[in-house]
Design a protein around this ligand. Structure first.
Ligand code: ATP
Length: 477
């Protein structure tokens, strides 16, 4: 599994999906750039989410709020006081860790070794310590369970301290304390502060939702596992406003609906599971994670949270503006309750890549052969079809260009004439292109081409005029 994960990471770089940020300067820790194929794949995941959430739900609308927000936003939301991770340093290696992650790793190790009682016991103690913000208790658990620093191997630990995850910067030319603003650590608050604007101008009736895709920033204590935990990342969030008392019903609805969305991409069911939160965030009365089985274990990709009226009430209090809804059905004013679905776009990207990645042995007797293929859902594939003239002469490139020009506004296509056709097929397999269209001498005579299918590697001959509708059918949402 470690091997597989390593191969996926190097494949992602080699084929232009993900690069380390500022790589020529040796990179910036936990920040990544998406390359020519990665940005296409990422955009396609966004489109799949946006269509499913906004276009398919008549009562959900989308917004695009700014990253910078009034500093009071983060006081009201509780992030200034409460958005912390417990950190601990090893005095020998001078390395910094998240105390809860050290404990989680230990729990995983106990489980691996079959010490399930011990694992459960430690989990309970850790949850209790986190729930009560008992930092000393967290340190005691690290000592008691003899957790050593992965780098120095020693158990020479400092105290556990809280570390706020928000990045700050200054706005305007004159810098003083009051100009400090934060880079948003979640997109949700941009939706909450716009609740009244959207509800009024869109004449929205409860229940309704507001969706948004955008960047979020967290100064993670330690960053690991490639794009799983980044300092700059993207979220796709939807806040669904409901009548108080109906929140659990909607919570269940969104749990199921969101899982269905994931399965809609053809991912095997057993790769997914729900994980209920025992330690609830300061704003939630119920929370569940959708977890995916990554090569390094089941990990959260998406959270579904019942946030009560916490955020809107806080903004009402801090802004002095009345944030309420008049519900004509029950003739009452109230602050709506909120169910939120929050998925990390980058984690979804990683999940998609891992799930699609396949190393295939195609050896035939003594003839050794293999390929790496990304079995991406055609809707998500960065390139929908490759246009390949069989040779560089005899008018084949011209014919291929003519076909390309007809289709390229509707589909992201790639034209390639270099190397043997076999090599070109393999390059397309490696980026997940579902169809290769080859133009050969017969094409000049009867205007037909071959389509080669990525997964089966089978080929069929079709009329060139039919290509638009054939590709359209195969890559449609
Ligand atoms: P974790 O427990 O892994 O730190 P979280 O519970 O803090 O995540 P949420 O605040 O619920 O995460 O954020 C919602 C989603 O945003 C997560 O399910 C995840 O997919 C994504 N996300 C959160 N932090 C990061 C990060 N540092 N890098 C990439 N994606 C992230």
């Amino acid at each position: 599994n470690d091997e597989l994960f390593k191969n996926v990471i190097s494949h992602a770089k080699e084929y232009g999906f993900v690069f380390q940020s500022s790589e020529i300067y040796d990179g910036l820790s936990a920040v990544y750039d998406y390359g020519q194929n990665g940005s296409e794949l990422k955009n396609n995941i966004k489109t799949y989410w946006w269509k499913s959430m906004v276009q398919m739900h008549e009562n959900i609308v989308g917004i695009d709020a700014a990253i910078f927000m009034h500093p009071t936003t983060w006081k009201a939301s509780g992030h200034v006081d409460g958005f912390n991770d417990p950190m601990i340093d090893n005095k020998d290696s001078k390395k910094r860790y998240r105390a809860d992650q050290l404990l989680e790793d230990k729990i995983a190790r106990y489980e691996k070794d079959g010490k399930t009682d011990k694992a459960a016991q430690l989990q309970d103690s850790m949850d209790e310590a986190l729930k009560t913000d008992n930092l000393d208790a967290l340190r005691d658990l690290i000592i008691e369970h003899e957790i050593a620093c992965p780098v120095s191997g020693t158990r020479n630990w400092t105290d556990v301290r809280q570390f706020n995850l928000m990045f700050s910067t200054k706005m305007g030319a004159i810098a003083d304390e009051s100009d400090v603003i934060y880079l948003r650590p979640e997109t949700a608050q941009g939706i909450f502060v716009n609740y009244l604007n959207v509800q009024k101008t869109g004449r929205m009736k409860i229940p309704f939702g507001i969706a948004q895709i955008g960047k979020a920033f967290r100064n993670e204590v330690i960053a690991r596992q490639f794009i799983m935990r980044m300092r700059e990342f993207e979220q796709m969030e939807m806040q669904f406003f409901v009548r108080p008392g109906s929140e659990m019903e909607w919570y269940e609805y969104w749990k199921e609906t969101r899982l269905k969305w994931h399965k809609g991409l053809g991912t095997p069911e057993e790769k997914y599971r729900f994980h209920n939160h025992t330690k609830l965030a300061h704003y939630a009365n119920a929370a569940v994670d959708i977890e995916f089985e990554f090569p390094f274990g089941f990990k959260e990709v998406e959270g579904i949270h019942s946030r009560t009226d916490f955020d809107l009430s806080q903004h009402q209090k801090f802004s002095g503006k009345k944030i309420q809804y008049f519900d004509p059905e029950i003739n009452q004013n109230y602050v709506p309750y909120v169910i939120e679905t929050s998925i990390g776009l980058d984690r979804m990207f990683l999940l998609t890549l891992i799930n699609a990645y396949e190393e295939q042995d195609l050896s035939d007797g003594d003839k050794k052969d293999s390929r790496v293929v990304l079995k991406l859902h055609p809707c998500l594939a960065p390139v929908k079809a490759a246009i390949l003239p069989l040779t560089k002469k005899d008018g084949l490139p011209e014919k291929a260009r003519e076909i390309m020009d007809r289709l390229k506004f509707d589909y992201n296509l790639m034209y390639e004439e270099k190397d043997s056709i076999g090599k070109r097929y393999r390059r397309q397999d490696a980026i997940g292109t579902p169809f290769c269209i080859t133009i050969d001498h017969q094409s000049l005579e009867d205007n037909t081409v071959t389509i080669r299918h990525r997964d089966s590697m089978e080929q069929e001959r079709v009329a060139a005029d039919q290509l638009g509708s054939i590709i359209g059918k195969l890559v449609s949402w």
